[in-house]
Ligand binder design. Structure first.
Ligand SMILES: Cc1cc2nc3c(=O)[nH]c(=O)nc-3n(C[C@H](O)[C@H](O)[C@H](O)COP(=O)(O)O)c2cc1C
Length: 283
């Protein structure tokens, strides 16, 4: 070990600036209770605690990464035209929405998947923003319109889609295929406390892409991506309910195993939540 190396639980010298910044954001009076992990996590993400995002001056010329997933080179399965009208009153839909684990034997139609994605996570259109004439905006709101959450989807039983792992491509309203095959068993491995996922027709993996928010919001962006996941989750719950689907969010999954399964590095891109849906029993 050289004189400028420090051995702190395996920390490398290159890690120390982040640690020192983190500690610099925490202020605790001597009579306060001991720090908890969440105090350390929350401290640098308070407004004004750590400004490492884009300044107003920089925003005048910066061009952000496009808020869309990269589907180049992937086989594309276009979704059929969605139903523009859901036809269910919002008050009744909110009242009926539940988290349930039971699915029926018939496949989920591709038309239903299309309508679900169109209303819950689809592209509304393009507008000028961020020094770009055609910046995409979605039906789900997000901080600064940065849309950092992509939807991966395991298709267990969706008519017209071979079983496999897909990425929703909002620009073309299509499913880009990442992998083929029966992944029911894999789902129960990465989420052993939600073994009922085995019989879900489709399971979404909500993937946060930090590069889409960090250029603007810096460290504070980590707070926002999870808010976006919540927004999308409620959209999926409500549109799914309006479409008479069984719906359930799932936080009980193994982060490392799920990221490995989805081929994500777990740092720049990681899974924040799962969401299962499909026709209910008797449908
Ligand atoms: C962020 C989040 C994570 C959840 N994780 C799970 C889960 O891992 N397993 C599960 O069975 N339900 C999960 N749920 C569903 C909740 O248990 C459910 O929303 C709650 O019990 C209230 O019931 P309701 O949704 O039917 O109103 C989750 C819900 C949310 C919003």
């Amino acid at each position: 070990m050289t004189s400028d190396e420090v051995d702190l639980n395996g920390l490398r010298p290159a890690d120390l600036p982040a640690l020192s910044t983190l500690l610099g954001t925490v202020r605790v009076a001597p009579d306060q209770p001991p720090l908890r992990v969440r105090d350390l996590v929350h401290a640098p993400m308070r407004s004004g605690a750590l400004f490492d995002g884009a300044t107003h001056a920089e925003l005048l010329y910066l061009r952000p990464p496009m808020p869309l997933p990269d589907v180049s080179g992937l086989p594309s399965f276009p979704l059929p035209a969605p139903d523009e009208k859901l036809g269910a009153p919002l008050d009744e839909t909110i009242e009926e929405r539940r988290s349930r684990h039971h699915f029926g034997p018939s496949p989920m139609s591709c038309a239903t998947l299309s309508t679900l994605l169109h209303h819950a996570a689809g592209l509304r259109g393009y507008q000028p923003a961020y020094n770009t004439r055609t910046y995409p905006f979605r039906r789900a709101p997000s901080e600064g319109g940065l849309a950092p959450v992509d939807l991966l989807m395991v298709a267990n039983d969706v008519s017209g889609l071979p079983q496999g792992l897909y990425l929703y491509d909002p620009a073309d309203h299509a499913m880009a295929q990442l992998d083929r095959g029966n992944m029911r068993g894999k789902l129960t491995e990465v989420a052993p406390y939600a073994s009922w996922l085995f019989s879900a027709h489709a399971v979404f993996l909500m993937v946060c892409d930090m590069s889409r928010v960090e250029w603007k919001y810096g460290t504070r962006g980590y707070r926002f991506v999870h808010v976006d996941v919540g927004v999308l989750t409620q959209n999926l719950y409500l549109v799914g309910t309006a479409l008479n689907l069984t719906t359930c969010a799932v936080a009980a999954f193994d982060d490392e195993a799920t990221c490995e399964f989805a081929r994500l590095d777990g740092r720049e891109r990681f899974v924040s939540l799962l969401f299962a849906c499909g026709p209910p029993p008797g449908s």
